[in-house]
Design a protein around this ligand. Structure first.
Ligand SMILES: Cc1cc2nc3c(=O)[nH]c(=O)nc-3n(C[C@H](O)[C@H](O)[C@H](O)COP(=O)(O)O)c2cc1C
Length: 199
């Protein structure tokens, strides 16, 4: 089995819903398994003081999850055009993984949820790619042979999957956004499994 690790942060569950759709895409590929993990909240307290298990959502990601994965997909709400502090805090804990080159050559992708349509989806997606490039990962986005990428009037970008939650945060994933989340998971899984079985 090829393991695709999906690590997300989410404060009001939109990004979490995306993670579930991405996982569905991963698991649509034979011999691929989605491992969904969240991150501890940075907030005003140190992550060291976070509860050992989250109050809701997926278990917290551990470095061992990174070691064991064949591909990695990161998701975050957009906070001021960037990934959240909590996801960054987790990524900043991965130095030992970087030093050992554990993620080199593995495929990766990203997704985000924003409040507004032009509130910084692309900049947030790009912000998550930077540490992934330092880790030597092979970044993939969404290709334009997915017709929904051209027809969407909401989320969905070539840089990765995205969702617009609306100013009141009430807007759920629409069918197009959900389909593109699934396509992203499927794409990473196919690439990861091909690479893992070729080596
Ligand atoms: C501190 C903070 C900063 C935010 N910054 C942005 C932003 O720059 N652009 C935007 O469109 N939405 C912004 N939002 C809204 C969130 O991105 C949006 O509500 C998102 O859907 C939340 O995802 P979640 O439910 O996974 O937490 C911000 C929200 C918070 C709390």
């Amino acid at each position: 089995m090829s393991v695709i690790l999906i690590v997300y942060d989410s404060n009001s569950n939109h990004t979490r819903s995306m993670a579930q759709r991405v996982a569905r895409g991963v698991e649509s590929v034979a011999q691929c398994e989605a491992r969904v993990r969240s991150v501890a909240q940075a907030g005003s307290t140190s992550a060291d003081r976070a509860p050992p298990v989250p109050n809701s959502g997926a278990p917290f990601a551990e470095l061992q999850d990174l070691e064991e994965c064949d591909g990695l997909i990161l998701g975050t709400p957009t906070h001021f055009g960037n990934m959240t502090a909590s996801l960054k805090l987790f990524l900043d804990s991965t130095t030992s993984i970087w030093m050992q080159g554990k993620l080199i050559g593995k495929p990766a992708a990203v997704f985000t949820s924003t409040g507004s349509m032009h509130g910084g989806q692309e900049s947030t997606l790009l912000s998550m790619m930077l540490p992934l490039l330092h880790h030597g990962m092979l970044i993939t986005g969404l290709p334009y042979n997915l017709p929904e990428l051209s027809s969407t009037t909401t989320g969905g970008t070539p840089y990765g999957a995205s969702h617009v939650a609306g100013a009141d945060g009430e807007r759920a994933l629409d069918d197009t956004e959900a389909l593109l989340c699934t396509a992203l998971g499927e794409r990473v899984a196919r690439i990861a499994h091909t690479l893992a079985t070729a080596s």
